[in-house]
Design a binder for this molecule. Structure first.
Ligand code: ADP
Ligand code: MG
Length: 256
């Protein structure tokens, strides 16, 4: 089982789209995939058609005392081989509880260690907030994937994320291999080209040597069914990004 955390301390850079698209391609290749929505805004859950009201059973229950098992919270999606643990807006209240429940920073790692064996890949979709949920996702990660829009402000988000990753590496005492995916790239603009060049010069992470282009078919994709119907160069580029991620897997972390 491999845990891939998709995070960036900036919003709107394509984290949820990346989670959806990588899950799509992994499942299409025959892998058993679990996506966990760690964002109180629950965009990933909406994309899978899970309504906000009534609040579903989901991520919050992983932090309950005692926590519910993953298998009880994972639900099938429209795509065979892909399961989802949906988010609730009440996840936003977890931060307050972390002061009184000290062990909460490892709750997700423990839940995954207990019963994630049935999945080949677990994809964690994060909110941009650096808080308890992101700390949990980074503590549990085998690798960190940082979607980064090719525009100047997004580079700050990337730098913040790389600093946070270093902090997590020190606290957990093991490396956190980090992979940057340039996203929402508009190759016609000079700022996009300059941002891309700056991104490729960043130390501390592997940066994909291609880009996810802006693709209106991807923007309009509201659900998995739509995603398949709107198959285009954006989703295809994610297939190439997945090939790169799988090729850069150290031997010991590849699925048998
Ligand atoms: P985040 O999760 O980082 O906030 P999202 O994945 O929700 O970002 O993407 C932000 C917005 O941009 C969404 O409306 C999404 O549909 C759109 N989007 C993401 N990637 C692309 C792309 N490659 N081309 C066009 N629109 C995209
Ligand atoms: Mg998102």
């Amino acid at each position: 089982m491999q845990v891939w955390t998709i995070a960036n301390q900036k919003g709107g850079v394509g984290k949820t789209t990346t989670t959806l698209a990588l899950g799509y391609w992994l499942a299409r290749q025959g892998a058993q995939v679990l996506q966990i929505d760690l964002d109180p805004h629950a965009s990933l859950s909406r994309a899978h058609g899970v309504p906000a009201e009534p609040a579903p059973q989901g991520t919050l229950e992983l932090f309950a005392d005692p926590p519910q098992p993953l298998a009880a919270l994972a639900r099938p999606t429209a795509l065979a081989g892909l399961a989802l643990v949906p988010a609730q807006s009440a996840l936003a209240t977890l931060e307050r509880r972390s002061a009184t429940q000290p062990g909460l920073g490892r709750a997700l790692s423990q839940a995954l260690a207990r019963d994630a064996g049935r999945w080949d890949y677990v994809l964690l979709d994060c909110a941009p907030t650096l808080g308890l949920l992101m700390v949990n996702a980074l503590a549990a990660a085998d690798r960190l994937i940082v979607p980064t829009q090719t525009e100047p402000l997004a580079l700050h988000g990337l730098d913040g994320m790389l600093r946070t990753a270093q902090m997590i590496e020190r606290s957990r005492g093991s490396a956190l291999p980090t992979f940057v995916l340039p996203t929402l790239h508009d190759r016609r603009t000079r700022v996009a080209q300059e941002s891309l060049a700056a991104m490729r010069g960043r130390p501390g992470a592997k940066v994909w040597d291609a880009e996810i282009p802006i693709d209106t078919r991807l923007r309009d994709a509201q659900s998995f069914l739509d995603l398949e119907a709107r198959f285009g160069r954006g989703l295809r580029a994610y297939g190439d990004a997945l090939d790169w991620l799988l090729d850069s897997a150290p031997v010991q972390e590849q699925v048998a």
